[in-house]
Design a protein around this ligand. Structure first.
Ligand code: NAD
Ligand code: UFG
Length: 336
């Protein structure tokens, strides 16, 4: 079965390609390489023995997508391609609406023309805004606090409307919590360009000596140690969640929504200390003011996914930080 993977050379897409290949699927990767490198394909081949078919291009380019669907008989699409930097989205909102919203609309139009009716979309826990309580269930109210989050919410709503008008489609919205970790081989991982926005890549770069110290954004939240609490999920567990969604939902018309998280919250300082143990070295840090837009606590109620997809995260915090460290220490400058 051929699965089109948009954004397949990116962080989550590349790990999903490995799990797809290992479970007998044939991924066809498209990516414009705006935030990833073609070398990722070499690494996927090293791990699996299979080099995925790759076509470089943009999801906003309908002529390109027509060529992709004409060349390959695609059964389902897993759609990762998108921009994800919250801060940049505040400065350049139109770039985010164009890429994430228009790009998805173009993709869905071309799927429709090609008769491909099964889609899995990368959404985010950011669509819950500042939740009134935790753990977060799928039926909690949604809102957006920045253009990136609004682009995810807009796409969710567009897809829901589209599915209502096209009842034979299966659309699955996967709301990821905080993806971390790397492939256990140490060959694939997260390779942010410039200064990392997210906690674990920053910690990993401090550990490997690329940065002097971590800034901890606030220690006065109403949490056990005062620092922010998140639901960190291993990227390979997340990838497996996509396979479960593909397997269970492909032939189930409807709009399906699942949280992909572990259900466990960990604080910034817990993450720092876990990483210190994995890397066997201190991680210098200093307490800084809160980061604008951050919330105190965010973690999933993952029981709906377990009940309906037969999936749950299995990799613990220690595995997440050890795998991140293996990737970072073996590839101190990322994919070079
Ligand atoms: P990533 O940047 O590593 O991967 C995204 C890939 O999409 C990149 O390879 C990039 O080059 C490609 N891309 C972007 N715009 C494109 C376009 N117009 N046409 C073709 N390719 C394009 O990011 P990731 O962490 O792997 O995230 C994948 C998806 O998951 C994104 O949609 C992101 O918003 C979503 N998500 C990520 C997180 C996270 O913390 N990593 C959390 C929630 C949701
Ligand atoms: N943090 C620091 N210092 C840093 C970076 C982060 O203290 O240098 C803290 C944050 O304040 C927060 C926690 O670490 O308490 C996690 O921050 P991240 O930036 O790693 O993750 P967020 O939860 O802020 O955001 C992530 C993704 C978003 C997504 C959101 C919800 O980056 O795209 O999860 O899924 F929308």
């Amino acid at each position: 079965m051929k699965v089109l993977v948009t954004g397949g050379t990116g962080y989550i897409g590349s790990h999903t390609c490995i799990q797809l290949i290992e479970q007998g699927y044939t991924p066809v990767v498209i990516d414009n390489l705006c935030n990833s490198k073609e070398m990722v394909l070499d690494r996927i081949e090293q791990v699996t023995g299979v080099r995925p078919t790759f076509m470089q291009g943009d999801i906003r380019d309908s002529a390109f997508l027509k060529r992709v669907f004409a060349k390959h008989s695609i059964d389902s699409v897993i759609h990762f391609a998108g921009l994800k930097a919250v801060g940049e989205s505040v400065e350049k909102p139109l770039k985010y609406y164009d890429n994430n919203v228009s790009g998805t609309l173009t993709l869905v139009s071309e799927m429709d023309l090609a008769g491909v009716k099964s889609l899995i979309f990368s959404s985010s826990a950011t669509v819950y805004g500042d939740p009134a309580s935790v753990p977060i269930k799928e039926d909690f109210p949604t809102s957006a606090t920045n253009p990136y989050g609004r682009s995810k919410l807009m796409v969710e709503e567009c897809l829901r409307d589209f599915q209502q008008a096209n009842l034979d489609w299966s659309i699955t919205l996967l709301r990821y919590f905080n993806p971390v970790g790397a492939h256990e081989s140490g060959l694939l991982g997260e390779d942010p360009q410039g200064t990392p926005n997210n906690l674990l890549p920053f910690v990993a770069q401090v550990a490997v000596g690329r940065r002097e110290k971590l800034g901890v954004f606030g220690n006065d939240y109403n949490t056990p140690d005062g620092t922010g609490v998140r639901d960190y999920i291993h990227v390979v567990d997340l990838a497996d969640g996509h396979l479960a969604a593909l397997d269970k939902m492909k032939h189930q018309p409807g709009t399906h929504i699942f949280n992909l998280g572990t259900g466990q919250g960990n604080s910034v300082l817990e993450m720092v200390h876990a990483f210190e143990t994995a890397a066997n070295r201190p991680i210098p840090y200093e307490i800084k003011p809160r980061r604008a837009g951050d919330i105190a606590e965010c973690y999933a109620d993952p029981t709906y996914a377990e009940a309906h997809l037969g999936w749950k995260a299995t990799r613990d915090l220690q595995t997440m930080v050890e795998d991140t460290w293996r990737w970072q220490s073996q590839n101190p400058n990322g994919y070079q």
